[in-house]
Design a protein around this ligand. Sequence first.
Ligand code: SER
Ligand code: ZN
Length: 465
Amino acid sequence: MAYKEGQPQAVLREAYEPPAYLLDHTDLIFELAEGVTEVTAALALRRAPGQGAAPLVLQGQDLELLGLALDGVPLSGNEYRIEGDTIVVPAMPEEGTLTIKTRIFPEKNTALEGLYRSGGMYCTQCEAEGFRRITYSLDRPDVLSRYRTTIRGDGAVLPIMLSNGNEVSRQTLADGRQEVVWEDPFPKPSYLFALVAGDLQWIEDRFVTVSGREVTLRIYTEPHNIAQVDYAMDALKRSMRWDEETYGREYDLDIFMIVAVDDFNMGAMENKGLNIFNTSCVLATPEFTTDLGFQRVEAVVAHEYFHNWSGNRVTCRDWFQLSLKEGFTVLRDAQFSADQNSPTVKRIEDARFLRTAQFAEDASPMAHPVRPDSYLEISNFYTLTVYEKGAEVVRMMRTLLGAEAFRRGTDLYFDRHDGQAATCEDFVLSLEAASGADLAQFRRWYSQAGTPVVSVQSAYAAPSP
Ligand code: SER
Ligand code: ZN
């Protein structure tokens, strides 16, 4: 939450300003030890093109700052200042690598945002603004960076150490600790960063993509849950094939991992290459799970996997655009579930859910547009309106355009915005450009709260005999 003099400050959509600095590369080193973790972040920063000299402002929360250096030279007390939760470097040069050393306490982190320890296991949740609890950074979705993550810890306690991307090295250090290095070649915003470490077991499978690339698939759990993830693996492979066939979307890393965690605020999270799930959304076994439970696992596995394109390859410019990834991805998982099961049953379930739960939200003091105009705390906006109504708005456009023109539109959207942070408007513009249709009427669905009352008049003229 943004505070000024103790008062929450509203963040306004209209006040959006592009970032003053870009982050080409983020190099993170985690030293995991009982009770305390040290994080060294090297941020390769560059002034954004067209921007004049501006102070560099980095966000942080509940961090203990141990050191700060620019291009290897420690900054003196008058070269930076701490302002509330931020670090400000007033005379930041056009380009430079800022190295920040911080201390954090995952064992004491009960917010379950940032890096925390649940049972013996370390894990992260960075959406929407949890990364700032790991280190000072440009914690906003329109700053995309390539990450390299080094994790060091006691190999006996933490035999598994995971992060985004591909594993590039593993070694035992002179002091006996284990070190694993991960590199993610795809630029991503900080909210998609993830780290997991613990005593985990896994099941493994493989998937050959449409263009013949082989991908290793792994699902990790604590040992007592490992017998309950076969169905999730099956759902994952079907999701990967379905997204190739239906949306032309192919997976892009050598490995895709899912980790099941007992203590997790959300249902699941689409971190690049390393999805983290609440156990309730991934474990399933014929002995204990109902048909509905199996369908839920299938839908959540698909939802998070589909985010790899709708959310990760193309991400959101700011959090007001949350429905850009969530509304579209809910539609995609609903289409998948419909194809895998009964389309009629799925549609009736979704319409019922919308009418009971989302209509109620839209008629309450909680009512807000699919694309809100202001917020005090973004984590309160992970709502039925952003997700479910957002999905229905995309579905309406699809119905109006027809499946083929819609697919041309989504292809164009992914093409135009791959590697970028986009807006809901960019999405509608792509659908318009690819179809030639005028979708002006849909803009109001993004900006206006409430359930519209639709009046229909019909007339029937009997054909003359
Ligand atoms: N981004 C997550 C999801 O919807 C948060 O819940 O999948
Ligand atoms: Zn989602």
